[in-house]
Ligand binder design. Sequence first.
Ligand SMILES: Cc1ncc(COP(=O)(O)O)c(C=O)c1O
Length: 379
Amino acid sequence: MPLLLLPLRLLRVLFGTRSGEHLQRERVPDLKLAQQKFSKDPVANLKRKWRPVLFCSQPRTRGLNYGSLEIMSSRVIEQRDQSVLRNSIELIVGNTPLIRLRRITSELSPGVEVFVKAEHLNPGGSVKDRPALAMILAGERAGTLRPGMTILDATSGNTGIAYAMIGAARGYPVTLCLPGNAGRPRKRILHSYGVTVIETDPLQSTDGAQVIARAMFNKEPDKYFYPDQYNNDANWRAHYESTAPEIWEQSEGRITHFIAGLGTSGTFVGVVRRLKEFNPKIQAISMQPDSPMHGLEGLKHMGTAMVPGIYDPTLADGNVEVSTDDAQQMTRRLAEEEGLLVGTSSGANVFAALRMARTLTRTAVVVTVLCDRGEKYLE
Ligand SMILES: Cc1ncc(COP(=O)(O)O)c(C=O)c1O
């Protein structure tokens, strides 16, 4: 290492992030170069433990700072935020395990593996911790979320729990518009965080909740920070920057198929956009409930629902539907046969993944998502 660079390296070690201190780092001038370098031979890079890290070399932009890419730590949080947030609950969002399903996959062809990204192990209990944190940090950075303001959004529950957890930790009150038929355990969790819950028409599901939240924001724009998760790019970008690179690394670049259900669509859109950059041959399959009246909390029937602004249907190589019954049965099997107590949208994801995996005869690595913990559904 040239002598002149030594003091710089020393500074980084002294003031680097907790998670980054043990990493081998390389300075790269911009994100594009980092991506090119990483995706040229990603598997070899992984084996060499090569990690591209950018040291905020680009000016801050609206939303997440895309110049800050910290692989191996909570990627939702940019580097400067990581030092501000040291020892806080926000830092344990993300970096969830990728678990191989071993028992319910026994009938698959040899060489076909199914993995689940265990998002239920996030501190708020769901995949929504990542986008909620990203949207809040983006709001603070853009100045649309300031001390004294209240976080307001429509949610089927999980994003609300994530806002509640992060809002409490960062000192913001939270008001949520939630369909009245959301489960009682979910409402109890929200009340425990001290959240104000406005129950909206159950028949209009989260579409109705969205209309109410927007009206409240329009009436008092100075009082509320309204992330509007259905139309906020920081939602899908959280998955683009964190969930997808984690899956890519954890599968050692072997992933061949990715399947996920559509709610706001943030998970599917963000993960698929990034995975296709790593390897355009990866097949992306979106899943949704098979009818407008379904019991799959968190998922939307796109044909009849208000379509989220961030949804991009062109990303999918295939679209599948799952019934509530099939999802519930698979949810039970995941608990009884794999030791994974998760919610019904996770059951739907795994049902769709297994149905597809059964059609595969060659070596394949199928990845789907466990969206949230099952305790919330025990009434
Ligand atoms: C339980 C559950 N599953 C799946 C999803 C869908 O995730 P996304 O909004 O990223 O499409 C959600 C979203 O709220 C959810 O709460």
